[in-house]
Design a binder for this molecule. Structure first.
Ligand code: SF4
Ligand code: SF4
Length: 342
């Protein structure tokens, strides 16, 4: 989306001449809308010049999405529509991207401000050696979105304003509400509450060099498809299903299994699109298979099982609440050699 506007008479409190924002998210978290809203507020509201565009994975929920916003507070025409390599503000909508897509941190410099949706506080997060940012904040947007019954992007937009004083927070909220004005009034009210929560609960933090302590993984550049694609596009890796990891597709919410309530009816397993449920069958005991839990490696957090369970033995919780024990159930323990299973 390209937008051009007239320069406003109102000057920003803190003037960066150009600002570039890169949002790293997962399809369905609303990063594309957040980028559009931010660009609209900056250009049509503040009178800057700027643009926005997004880059999607395979155009479906659950794949990595990047959303880019550029604007100039001086009214210079922004003509470039390339990826933002060195962002002034980097926003990560899902903490797991740090593990599953470490390239999301690419291009950070000592001038970058970083915002991460995480249950951890900023001083608990460790980064690769040599990593530097200017300012840093985390916000538990997933839990806040659940609490306020709003979209994750409402919380994240509220939080972003901490790093972009060039765009008035009130104006951004108005743009956000206008963008979703077709939704029912109750939803708009929740979105406004979520936005305020994001704004209030985000505290800036100065980055400590000691947090840059993790060995940087070797950078592997993808080879061109024509150089390494198998002839005829054959899938020759026989383990591609077992090794599949859906954790990057989740939006931060997972089903929790409550074994004391479960009566092993199997409805959850019937609706699960990814066969995540781990059962135990002991022929000697002459009883029906017993549900042990969920293999979260394959779970994409769709919550279909939660809806299907007739006795609420599955409940939706933020991903960070699950214990290591709850995550230790595996359908294929042979690929998790450290895990002991009965
Ligand atoms: S949320 Fe439930 S139904 Fe959806 S993938 Fe995970 S276990 Fe399966
Ligand atoms: S649907 Fe609920 S009660 Fe039935 S097996 Fe699944 S968790 Fe247990």
């Amino acid at each position: 989306m390209w937008i051009f506007g007239r320069k406003s008479k109102e000057e920003p409190i803190y003037a960066r001449k150009t600002v570039s924002i890169r949002m790293e998210a997962i399809g369905g978290q609303g990063a594309n809308s957040a980028g559009k809203i931010f660009a609209e507020a900056a250009v049509l509201g503040m009178g800057y010049t700027g643009n926005h565009f997004s880059s999607f994975g395979s155009e479906k929920k659950g794949t990595p999405v990047k959303s880019f916003v550029r604007f100039s507070t001086e009214g210079k025409a922004i003509r470039t529509a390339s990826f933002i390599k060195n962002p002034d503000v980097l926003v990560i909508f899902h903490e797991s991207l740090l593990q599953t897509h470490p390239e999301c941190l690419e291009g950070i410099t000592a001038h970058t401000d970083l915002l991460i949706n995480s249950t951890k506080s900023p001083d608990e997060i460790q980064f690769p050696l040599g990593f530097k940012v200017r300012k840093f904040a985390t916000i538990d947007a997933t839990t806040l979105a659940l609490k306020h019954e709003c979209g994750l992007n409402a919380i994240m937009l509220g939080a972003i304003t901490k790093f972009c004083p060039e765009v008035s927070s009130d104006l951004l909220l108005k743009t956000f509400l206008r963008f979703f004005s077709h939704l029912p009034e109750q939803v708009q009210k929740h979105n406004a509450e979520g936005y305020e929560a994001g704004l209030k609960k985000t505290k800036e933090y100065l980055f400590e060099d000691s947090q840059a302590s993790v060995d940087r993984p070797p950078e592997v550049l993808p080879r061109m498809g024509w150089e390494n694609a198998p002839l005829g596009g054959l899938i020759v890796n026989p383990g591609n299903t077992i090794l599949k990891d859906n954790s990057a597709s989740r939006k931060g919410l997972l089903p929790r299994f409550l074994p004391e309530i479960c009566f092993n009816c199997g409805y959850c397993d019937m609706v699960c699109p990814d066969y995540c449920f781990v059962w135990k069958f002991d022929p000697e005991k002459k009883q029906a298979p017993q549900l042990q839990g969920i293999d979260y490696q394959y779970c994409k957090g769709c919550q279909k099982c939660v809806v299907a369970c007739p006795v609420q033995a599955l409940v939706t919780v933020p991903e960070g609440e699950l214990t290591a024990e709850e995550k230790s159930q595996h359908l294929f323990p042979q690929i998790h050699p450290k895990t002991k299973r009965d």
